[in-house]
Design a protein around this ligand. Structure first.
Ligand SMILES: [Zn+2]
Ligand SMILES: [Zn+2]
Length: 344
């Protein structure tokens, strides 16, 4: 049987999910979803020894570490990847998890995103949504991993992706590239959850793009060199507001959008380090990214409770030196983020 990829309209959102500004969504849906999901639910109940039909179903072990289940939403940040395009086993590509209650809101999917999520104790069934800042490869090469690995090992729901124009097209290409894999998994002998392979991708415009019972998400445009569309995101939970810059040079729009937030996660490069680079690289970084003093300037205007540096480019400097660059302009708490660090 062939897997059929087709376009679905945004009205196909699950009940209670906000309608995004997107004109449509992409789906890798297949026929026979209900019957196969139902069959898996029965086997899940039997193997788990539960008596109710609503018992959680695990198709395959997803993570050895259970996620914490605090009483309140306890909204917090887990830095999954703080690195840059240079491969570094200590620093995966840009990816951040914002966790509120048992819901996970991923921002970007750099290389290593799924492995780091597992290391952080997140369950594969929690990886159901991502907010992409822009389509640079260092922020998106983990996208196929995020689509397929949780679908194979534990996700039970369709995957939702939000990002700038071009994300729907990228999603369609990814689904097409792995079409043979989907055909084999969904129509061969392997037990599978077809719903988990459905991807609803939304090309969104700045403004409120998402809302559920626990979180409101606002996209805002940032200045990332010659990118036509690059976003930062503001996440508003009942107990906390968290803003993430994505990739940006100094951006007034970010300062406006970030006002009053608790945690500001911002990219940075070393101004001193950049002086060692060639003139063409200096032009590039000045137009696309933000220097240490530049981030300090942003922090001084936003006044977040915590300023977290990520996606750092040291260019031969040390973390302490880049922190000094920022602290020269901002006297609030500033953290040099590392992979798997939790910020509250
Ligand atoms: Zn970028
Ligand atoms: Zn980047």
């Amino acid at each position: 049987m062939r897997t059929t990829l087709f376009l679905m309209c945004a009205a196909a959102f699950a009940p209670g999910w906000a309608q995004a500004a997107a004109p449509g969504a992409i789906s890798g849906a297949v026929p026979g979803v209900a019957s196969v999901v139902g069959a898996r639910a029965v086997s899940g109940v039997v193997s788990g020894g539960a008596s109710g039909a609503a018992a959680p179903v695990r198709i395959a072990p997803s993570s050895p570490q259970p996620a914490a289940q605090p009483a309140g939403p306890d909204t917090h940040v887990i830095l999954l990847g703080t690195g840059n395009p240079n491969p570094d086993p200590q620093r995966m590509g840009p990816a951040v998890a914002i966790v509120s209650g048992d819901r996970v809101y991923l921002v970007d999917c750099g290389p290593g995103v799924v492995l780091r999520a597992a290391q952080a104790g997140l369950k594969m069934e929690q990886l159901t949504r991502v907010f992409v800042t822009h389509l640079h490869s260092d922020h998106t090469v983990g996208y196929p991993d995020l689509i397929f690995t949780p679908a194979v090992t534990g996700r039970l729901e369709p995957f939702e992706a939000y990002g700038p124009p071009g994300l729907r097209a990228m999603t369609a290409h990814v689904l097409k590239a792995w079409r043979q894999d989907m055909d084999i998994r969904l129509h061969g002998l392997e037990p599978s959850v077809p719903r988990a392979y459905v991807v609803k991708a939304h090309d969104v415009k700045p403004g409120e793009i998402y809302r559920d019972g626990a979180m409101r998400v606002v996209a805002f445009a940032v200045n990332h060199g010659t990118w036509k569309h690059a976003y930062g995101y503001r996440f508003e939970a009942p107990d906390k507001a968290i803003v993430i810059s994505g990739d940006t040079t100094y951006s007034e729009g970010l300062i406006r959008a970030a006002k009053g937030c608790d945690i500001l996660i911002h990219e940075v490069y070393s101004e001193k380090g950049l002086t060692r680079r060639t003139a063409d690289w200096q032009r590039y970084h000045a137009a696309f990214h933000t220097s240490g003093p530049g981030v300090g300037r942003v922090g001084a205007q936003v006044r977040p409770r915590k300023l977290v540096l990520y996606h750092q480019l040291l260019m031969g400097e040390t973390p302490d030196e880049i922190l000094q660059e920022v602290r020269g302009r901002f006297d609030g708490e500033t953290i040099y983020g590392t992979d798997l660090e939790v910020v509250r």
